[in-house]
Design a protein around this ligand. Structure first.
Ligand code: FES
Ligand code: FE2
Length: 342
């Protein structure tokens, strides 16, 4: 049901402290913790003795101790101590998952261990880079991640859902240039001499028409990179390369929780064409408002879909990008199914 051979965000770096964190990821209960050496660890959240959640346990040097009968597991999930017992059978273990901490996130691999390659983690280095003031947030969504993906890949909803934030009347007719590559699709748009959206107008302090661009990447299965910006119209050269522009380097990082819920992490590193203090906080508020607008619609859509499971959506022209991504995800799922042991 979910693509497993992929790196997903399990938690932000700040979320992982000395207390274990219980989180359901791809339908599995996982305990995440930072060992006494500071390294992040992810284990199945189910003690192999009597199935108590390890997330109720205590982090100790070299592992975690179950709070029920005190068995201790190392960071590979192997039991290394059973109180009152000298020998430990090799099968006394819980599943361990690979975790890599990078760019402010703890990334987890829950697929075939031999296929995990940390070089494949999407580059989010703008997150909290000193020259990129960053707003960020987390939303727990009561909807399948593919409905959120559909929304992020379809900018025709901006005009209607985000009237006070991201709406740009020119977007309805602006068809993106879509190109596929081996890890997803790229979408580029340029709208010349338009009115800035409310958010861009506020953040860029633009007084006239702008050239507005989005250079997006959908990284399969569920990461959306959106380099969007505006610059006063009329200059020479590519809009996104001209001086005086507003740059928003957005990432939406979706991690399925269950078939009906999603962990939604987002970061919004920005560069402004001015030095007005407090602007990043205002942008963060604008994104919060916009994402609440999306959630209002998508969670309602999920409820209707649950009530009418046999009704299939009908596509329109604006669905071109999301249709391609859905097709690619189905193909990856099929490949994983075919490669998994019977
Ligand atoms: S259930 Fe964990 S030690 Fe018994
Ligand atoms: Fe939206």
């Amino acid at each position: 049901m979910f693509i497993r051979n992929a790196w997903y965000v399990a938690a932000t770096s700040q979320e992982l402290a000395d207390k274990p964190l219980a989180r359901t990821l791809l339908g599995e209960k996982v305990v995440l913790f930072r060992g006494t050496d500071g390294a992040p660890t992810a284990l199945e959240d189910r003690c192999c003795h009597r199935l108590a959640p390890l997330s109720l346990g205590d982090v100790e040097a070299g592992g975690i101790r179950c709070r029920y009968h005190g068995m201790k597991f190392d960071t590979r999930g192997q039991c290394i101590e059973i109180p009152g017992q000298d020998s430990i059978a090799p099968g006394m273990c819980v599943r361990a998952f690979q975790v890599v901490e990078r760019h402010g996130f703890c990334w987890i691999w829950m697929g075939r261990p031999d296929l995990a390659n940390a070089d494949d983690i999407v580059d989010v280095h703008w997150n909290r880079a000193p020259e990129w003031p960053t707003a960020s947030g987390y939303i727990h969504y009561k909807a399948n991640y593919q409905l959120i993906a559909d929304n992020l890949l379809d900018f025709s909803h901006l005009t209607f859902v985000h009237r006070t934030t991201l709406a740009n009347a020119a977007l309805v007719d602006a068809r993106p240039e879509i190109t596929a590559f081996d890890r997803g699709i790229r979408l580029n748009r340029l709208i010349v001499a338009c009115d800035p959206s409310p958010l861009h107008g506020m953040a860029g302090k633009f007084t006239g028409k702008v050239d507005f661009w989005t250079r997006q990447v959908w990284w399969l299965p569920s990461i959306f990179e959106n380099w969007a910006g505006s610059v006063p119209t009329g200059g020479t050269g590519e809009a996104h390369e001209r001086a005086g522009g507003l740059h928003l380097r957005h990432f939406s990082l979706l991690t399925p929780e269950t078939a009906q819920s999603t962990h939604y992490f987002w970061v919004q590193p920005c560069q402004f064409p001015h030095n007005e203090p407090g602007m990043i906080e205002k942008v963060g508020k604008g994104i919060d408002t916009a994402f609440a607008e999306d959630r209002w619609m998508i969670e309602a859509q999920q409820v209707v879909m649950n009530d009418s499971p046999d009704v299939k959506p009908k596509a329109i022209r604006a669905d071109a990008a999301l249709g391609r991504v859905r097709f690619m995800i189905d193909r990856l799922l099929e490949q994983e199914r075919a490669a998994s042991p019977a």
